[in-house]
Write a protein that binds this ligand. Structure first.
Ligand SMILES: C[S@@+](CC[C@H](N)C(=O)[O-])C[C@H]1O[C@@H](n2cnc3c(N)ncnc32)[C@H](O)[C@@H]1O
Length: 244
């Protein structure tokens, strides 16, 4: 049996990377596309990320100040690179499987002083980051395209790719609505873009399986309720103390 296949019947067994790429390739390279038709949430999203990051650094100050090398994974057209990561980094690498989006990242007006470094045109399931290269690996709205197994394997590679001891892996992702809100507490497959929105609990299990400690876990606030969006969570992750 192929160990990378999801168990039959599980929502992630339906994931098809080809279908996800076809979905995204049919969209124009705009903020509107990146945000599913809600470009108005971009500012709130970027501010939420900046506030989460600032709080993390206040609570866990770096042992020595140094220029930050970041990577924006599933970067799309570089919305997060331009509007946030370039502000806190000296170099931002980019990983994005849709070539037209990846090319667009180079055309963005970056808000901060940072510059774009390497651009990897591939899915994160196929990307092996350089060992010990990154201070920050930012994954926003892209882990939902991976099966559970591929996601654990990917996060293990990220674990090896962050600088010790100060590096961070951040996952900012949709999660399913809470069971207390009348939802069934299960992962949800979406056939439009062939993605799986996971429960908070499932993501926490995946992070632990990858040998990561969950240092912070917060819900992004401020998205208009009327849009009916999934709750978006920001997770700050670090290698478990005993994992090399
Ligand atoms: C909702 S957009 C988010 C883009 C960006 N992170 C942002 O917040 O603006 C999802 C992005 O994930 C990319 N994507 C799809 N499958 C992927 C994969 N296997 N690995 C990495 N990115 C993927 C899509 O091409 C698209 O650019």
């Amino acid at each position: 049996m192929d160990s990378t296949r999801a168990p039959a019947g599980s929502p992630d067994a339906q994931i098809s990377p080809g279908k996800s790429i076809a979905y995204w390739s049919s969209h124009p390279p705009t903020v509107n596309s990146m945000l599913g038709g809600y470009p108005q949430i971009s500012r709130t999203d970027l501010r939420g990320s900046a506030a989460f990051w600032a709080k993390l650094l206040r609570q866990h100050p770096p042992s020595a100040p140094s220029p930050m090398i970041s990577v924006d994974c599933g970067a799309g057209i570089g919305r997060v690179t331009a509007g946030f990561l370039s502000d806190i980094s000296s170099i931002v690498d980019v990983v994005e499987p849709v070539e037209s989006f990846a090319k667009e990242t180079g055309k963005q007006k970056l808000e901060g002083q940072g510059t774009i470094g390497e651009v990897f045109v591939k899915g994160i399931e196929d990307w092996t980051p350089e060992m010990g290269k990154y201070d920050l690996i930012w994954n926003q709205w892209c882990t939902l395209y991976l099966t559970d197994k591929h996601l654990v394997d990917y996060l293990k590679r990220c674990r090896d790719a962050i600088k010790r001891p100060d590096g961070w892996i951040i996952v900012k992702e949709n999660t399913t609505k809470d069971i207390r809100d009348g939802h069934d507490g299960k992962d949800v497959y979406d056939e439009d873009d062939s993605s799986v929105t996971r429960t908070n609990e499932k993501l926490l299990d995946i992070f632990r399986d990858a040998g990561l400690t969950i240092v912070a876990n917060e819900i992004q606030k401020g998205f208009p309720k009327g849009l009916g969006l999934y709750p978006v969570r920001m997770y700050a992750l670090r290698p478990e103390a005993n994992k090399k």
